[in-house]
Design a protein around this ligand. Sequence first.
Ligand SMILES: [Zn+2]
Length: 245
Amino acid sequence: MSLTPQEADQRSPSSLHLCVDRIAPLVPPILLPDGRLVGMRDKLWPEHQRVLHVRFLGGDPRLHERIERIARQWMAHAKIEFVFDNARDAAIRVGFVRGPSWSYIGTDALDPALDPDAPTINFGWFSPATAHDELQRVVLHEFGHVLGMIHEHQSPAAGIPWNREAVYAYYAGPPNFWSTDEVDHNIFQRYRHDQANSSEFDPASIMLYPIPPEFTDGKMSVGWNRTLSAIDREHIRHLYPSHSE
Ligand SMILES: [Zn+2]
């Protein structure tokens, strides 16, 4: 469900609480045949590694069950499987460390430099009282990163008419406290793309941050995306096709 601009306006941007990505910049993107960018090629799970075991590191068991149910929505559209069995050697480890929410992108979770008992994905502000809408927004987004997806607003196609000063000023405040470098990294930095004008920006993507109108001098706005868009589902099917496709 996307909010109308009016509904988005009613939500103060002071509540924007967003994912901080752990991503290496400037690695080659993956493009669909029509030029749309979908993810990071060298971070996709290879075919023999598409059963991903998931282990929870603490957190309330009531949250575990809700997170699993939401994350599994991705599996309906792609030939990849999350197995929530708390395996000791699970590739995906879910933390609940207070602070930002974030995830490594795709196979970056396998980096041998990582502590095998540390999270590869973190939910920084969940509690058993967190509303379903908020849980779904954040869990689908972070598990999109687990599958190798990147931020839609950083797609080469995202020609968002930012008022950069307004964006820097907003994110310098609570709850994010981002430096200008962090805003550059999380918002303004776009991925390379050698094809100049063939991409399409998806304003409904779960991988897009909300964009309040004051970030663009009212030229555009995006509300809170909380479900997989039609294009999200198409992208993930493209990244992890079934054998019959
Ligand atoms: Zn993100």
